[in-house]
Design a binder for this molecule. Sequence first.
Ligand code: 1CP
Length: 347
Amino acid sequence: MSASSEKRFLRALRGEALTPPPFWLMRQAGRYLPEYRATRAEAGDFLSLCYTPDFAVEVTLQPLRRYGFDAAILFSDILVIPDALGQGVRFVKGEGPQLDPIRSAEELSRLDPERVLPHLAPVFETVKRLSGEIPQTTALIGFCGAPWTVATYMVEGHGSKDYAATKKWAYGDPEGFDRLIGLLVDVTTDYLIAQVDAGAEALQIFDSWAGVLPEEAFTRWVTRPIGEIVRRVKAARPGVPIIGFPRGAGLLYEGFIDATGVDAVSLDTTVPLAWARDRLQSRCCVQGNLDPILVVTGGQAMLDGIDRILEILGRGPFVFNLGHGIVPETPPEHVAQLADRIRSFQG
Ligand SMILES: Cc1c2[nH]c(c1CCC(=O)O)Cc1[nH]c(c(CCC(=O)O)c1C)Cc1[nH]c(c(CCC(=O)O)c1C)Cc1[nH]c(c(CCC(=O)O)c1C)C2
C-alpha cells in the first residue's frame, strides 16, 4: 500500500505530520451516548456487553456513525484479563469493578494462564467482525491494560486512591510481585497478538495508574514490562504500531519512549504542550491531550483548549485525543463541535 492510501491515523503513528491531524477519543463508546445506554440495558451486565460480539460491535460503531473518527477502538475493558485468568471480575452498578483480591505470590496459583485465550475468543470475534464493518478510512485499535495498572485492580480488588496494598506487596516482596507482573506480560502479549491476527491495525497499552510510582519502581513495573510487551509483539507481528499511555508519568515520559520502543505516546492532561513538542514529539508521534472536562464545559473554553493544542502540536506527528477518557456527563453535541473544530484546522 502506498503511503498516501494508508489510513491517516496509521500514517500519523508512523511519524507523518498531517493537517488536520487524525483524531479519536478515549472511551468514545460509552455512557455519554444514549444509544450506548440503550445497548447496555439490553445486554444486562457490563461483561456480557464485552463478551457478546453483536453488542460489542454495535457499541464500537455507535460513535463512528455520529462523528466519523479516524479510529475505532475495540469495545472491551482492561479487566477482561483478570477475568480470563479466573480471578473473577464483577461490575457492580455505581461502585465500579470488584475482584477477590490477590495479595501475595502464593495466591498466584489461583490464576490459570491457559484459560486466557479461549476465554477471550468472543473478543477476537468482535475484532474480526469490526475489521470488516468499519469504514475503509477508519483504523481499528486493539488495546490492553498495562501490567502495573491491571495488577492494581487484581491486588486492591477495586479502584483505589492510594494503591497502598499493591505498593506494600511490590515494595515488600519485589521478586514475588515481579512474578505477577511477568505473568501479566506473558498473557497480555498473547492477547495483543491475537487481536492483531483478528484484524487490529494498531494497539494502545493503557497504564492509567503509572503516575503513582517513584522513579525506580516506575522503571521496574511500568517501563520494563511495557517494553517487553512491545518487543515481543513487534517480533511476532512486525510493523504493528503501538501507543503507550503511561498516564501521569510527568518527566518520565521521555525515558519511557526511548526504553519501551513505542511508536507513539498518549499525553495526559497535565503534560505541558511546548515541552511535549520539544522533548517528546521529536522522538515519536504524540497523542492528546484535551482535558475531558473541557468537553463537558463546551463553548469558547473548549474551543480555545482545542486551538492551543492544535497550534503547538499540530505541525508534527500528532493524533488529537483527550488527556483521559470522555466522561458520562459530556453533552454529545459538544463532541460534534470538537470534531468540526479539529477538521477545520488549516495548519
Ligand atoms: C464504557 C466502559 C468501559 N469500561 C467500563 C465502562 C463503564 C461501564 C458501564 O457502562 O457502566 C467500566 C470500567 N472499567 C474500569 C473502571 C474503573 C475505573 C476506575 O478505577 O476509576 C470502570 C468503571 C477500568 C478501566 N478500563 C479501561 C481503563 C483504562 C483507561 C482509563 O484509564 O480510562 C481502566 C482503568 C479501558 C477501557 N474501558 C472501556 C474501554 C472501551 C473502549 C473505548 O475507549 O471506547 C476502554 C479502552 C469501556
